[in-house]
Design a protein around this ligand. Structure first.
Ligand code: HEC
Ligand code: HEC
Length: 471
């Protein structure tokens, strides 16, 4: 007989030991189940409940809520679009004989210039300088016509902008908040082409550069028609529009412009949606920690709030985001002394209220407003903003971050040493400049909305918006 341990019965000792064993086994089991669960969550983040999805997103960079994107259909170009393509690349249509649409809108640079000049050269002898940097021609396929307030739709009655502007004047401007849909359609300038929205359709727009004295520099529409009659693709015009087209110069030009517009609408390269971000939206790739953090800040209504204007979410029916709300804003970017026209201290490019459009010249509440551009392929651009004042994304980010908090870092000083804030807009219009939306809601001396690390991460995110991503 074994002596009993001092102070008690044998029973409890055995029970405690088996309890410990049981505990060890269940702990091991729990670890196994958890491991299996997290493995499942990592492989199928989309099947996790939202809270878990978010944790998984942060660990893996995968999109917990992938969507099916509705890309425009990839069909072969129509005969009209093929004709438009020839026109787009044809330098013989310019007065200099040296410049085509592609000279300023290079297909290798997402239809923006291939150089870093603030403005491009053009004119009959290629010696004239432009006034604004050419925007990218990509992602314009959903751009509605210019209007004040929501799209007017297709009506035959010409829209009276002055009347619309007067109606809109009594309405309070809605705050722009990332990821929040506005309560009502905003009564603000929106849609249209060019930095100031003065052209409505790609067809109407195309004649602009052909007859602009600082661009392709034809004196008249008839000049353009004469050049078209000498092209090697004239037969295609006859085939598509009938032989009598050659005796109707104004119809010839307008069909040519229609064709250039069709080319930009039909050709996939103008709206490829092949960026890393698109594939991430579809759950096909993962973002790095920096990119994901950048996206979170981009969408954070209290911090960078970029998505307040550069919309980042697909629509409910899967239309991929084009990173603009297509509205106009006055951001007060600094004057660019490198633009020749700016040598005249009385010259101001004020966007919607002129000088290149004149229908809203009296609506001074719009002075300083420019179209919010798409941020797709923005990392491929060489100059930024309507006056090309910046040459890299870090400078752009510093502008957003420090415009209010540390303006001395953004604007030059005058002779007396005073910082010339908003020096590219006459003082009487400076109240139009946005100080309501983050990150512009910070005051002088406040902590900036973004840290240096934040800025680097947002730039990393913007780089995921370039087309042609390959893993
Ligand atoms: C000399 C350079 C130059 C040439 C050549 C040129 N463009 Fe442009 N393009 C510009 C500039 C500059 C702008 C912006 C002008 C503005 O906002 O006032 C622009 C704007 C545009 C826009 C509006 C883009 C937007 O985001 O609103 C379209 C579309 C366009 N061009 C198409 C064409 C077509 C088609 C041709 C050929 C027929 C052409 N361009 C030739 C410089 C050029
Ligand atoms: C209140 C609306 C608004 C907010 C918020 C906003 N932007 Fe913009 N963004 C604009 C407008 C308008 C322009 C063009 C302004 C101009 O040229 O005068 C622009 C231009 C840009 C450009 C230059 C693009 C080009 O093609 O030249 C970049 C880059 C950019 N924004 C990035 C950002 C980032 C990053 C954020 C967040 C930190 C942000 N934006 C927040 C409205 C906004």
């Amino acid at each position: 007989m074994r002596p009993l341990p001092a102070g008690g019965e044998p029973g409890p000792v055995i029970t405690r030991r088996s309890w410990l064993r049981l505990l060890a086994w269940s702990a091991a089991g729990l670890v196994l189940v958890l491991a299996a669960l997290s493995a499942y969550a990592l492989v199928y983040p989309a099947r996790m409940p939202p809270a878990v999805g978010e944790i998984v997103e942060n660990i893996t960079g995968a999109n917990p809520h992938p969507v099916q994107l509705m890309r425009p259909q990839n069909a072969p170009l129509s005969a009209v679009a093929l004709l438009g393509k020839q026109i787009f690349f044809d330098p013989t249509l310019s007065a200099s004989g040296m410049q085509s649409c592609a000279s300023c809108h290079s297909p290798q640079h997402s239809y923006a210039p291939d150089n870093a000049f603030p403005v491009q050269l053009g004119g009959a002898h290629m010696t004239q300088t432009g006034y604004r940097p050419p925007p990218s021609l990509a992602y314009l396929y959903r751009q509605a016509p210019f209007s004040i307030g929501p799209d007017q739709g297709d009506t035959d009655v010409p829209v009276d902008m002055t009347q619309l502007a007067t109606q809109a004047a009594g309405m309070q401007r809605a705050q722009k908040t990332a990821l929040a849909a506005p309560a009502a359609a905003a009564m603000v300038p929106q849609g249209g082409l060019f930095w100031d929205g003065r052209a409505d359709t790609l067809q109407n727009q195309a004649l602009g550069p052909l007859t602009n004295p600082v661009e392709m520099a034809n004196a008249t529409e008839e000049d353009v028609a004469r050049k078209l009659l000498q092209t090697k693709y004239l037969d295609q015009f006859k085939q598509i529009f009938g032989p009598s087209i050659v005796s109707n110069p104004s119809l010839l030009v307008s069909e040519a412009m229609f064709a250039v517009g069709r080319y930009q609408i039909e050709d996939q390269s103008f709206h490829a949606f092949t960026s890393k971000y698109d594939y991430w939206l579809e759950g096909k790739t993962r973002l790095t920690h920096a990119e994901l953090h950048g996206l979170q800040l981009f969408n954070d209504k209290d911090k960078a709030n970029c998505a307040g204007c550069h919309l980042s979410q697909p629509s409910r029916d899967g239309l991929p985001p084009v990173f603009t709300d297509t509205q106009y804003e006055a951001l007060g970017v600094p004057r660019n002394p490198a633009i020749p026209a700016n040598k005249d201290p009385k010259y101001f490019d004020m966007g919607v209220c002129g000088p290149f459009r004149d229908d809203l010249a009296k609506q001074t509440q719009y002075c300083g407003m420019f179209l919010t551009p798409t941020l797709r392929n923005v990392a491929e651009r060489k100059v930024f903003f309507h006056n090309g004042v910046y040459h890299d994304l870090k400078q752009v980010m510093d502008f957003y971050n420090l415009r209010n908090t540390e303006p001395a870092k953004i604007y030059p000083r005058d002779a007396s040493g005073k910082v010339q804030k908003y020096n590219d807009l006459p003082p009487q219009y400076q109240a139009n400049i946005d100080s309501a939306d983050a990150p512009f809601d910070r005051k002088f001396g406040d902590q900036p909305a973004m840290t240096d690390q934040d800025i680097q991460d947002i730039i990393a995110f913007m780089k995921t918006l370039s087309d042609g991503y390959k893993e």
